[in-house]
Design a protein around this ligand. Structure first.
Ligand SMILES: [Zn+2]
Length: 153
């Protein structure tokens, strides 16, 4: 058995105000679980993305998350949940004015190949991206032209 307080789990860098890797803290075997808080305009993810082998479930505890999906925009409000099967693109953004609190569950824990798409102004297109470590930050980098498209702390 493992038992943690969410606020005691160290935060990870990324596109959200707060990401706490609960699964790692709980030493889970088969699932990934992350706790998130998003300020207005923040996202769970570095870009519109998909995982080849992992389903993802988002449970919105407070606030409202707007997901871009292959089936159009999905608005997920407080006390609601959404599930994405492996291999479909999605990205959840806080387009509201309140802070979002949410849990994200992924299974299996290893997501397989992750493809990330972001707008690249140099390419004037939405292009595949990689995530590269910086100085106390992470960068998203366009795979086609090597331009940095985002910096996250
Ligand atoms: Zn580019």
């Amino acid at each position: 058995m493992e038992h943690v307080r969410i606020e005691d789990v160290d935060e990870w860098m990324g596109p959200s105000d707060c990401k706490r890797p609960l699964g790692r803290a709980l030493d889970t075997d088969d699932v990934a679980i992350n706790y998130y808080e998003l300020l207005p305009s923040e996202s769970f993810a570095f870009g519109y993305h998909r995982h080849s082998d992992q389903e993802e479930i988002f449970i919105v505890l407070s606030g409202t998350v707007t997901f871009e999906t292959e089936a159009g925009e999905q608005v997920v409000g407080e006390d609601s949940a959404i599930r994405f099967e492996p291999g479909v693109f999605q990205r959840g953004v806080n387009e509201g004015t309140d802070r979002v609190r949410a849990l994200a569950i992924g299974a299996p824990q290893e997501s397989g190949e992750t493809e990330i798409l972001r707008d690249c102004s140099s390419c004037a297109d939405r292009t595949p991206q990689s995530i590269e470590p910086g100085d106390d930050c992470l960068h998203t980098v366009c795979i086609e032209c090597e331009a940095t498209t985002g910096t996250f702390t």
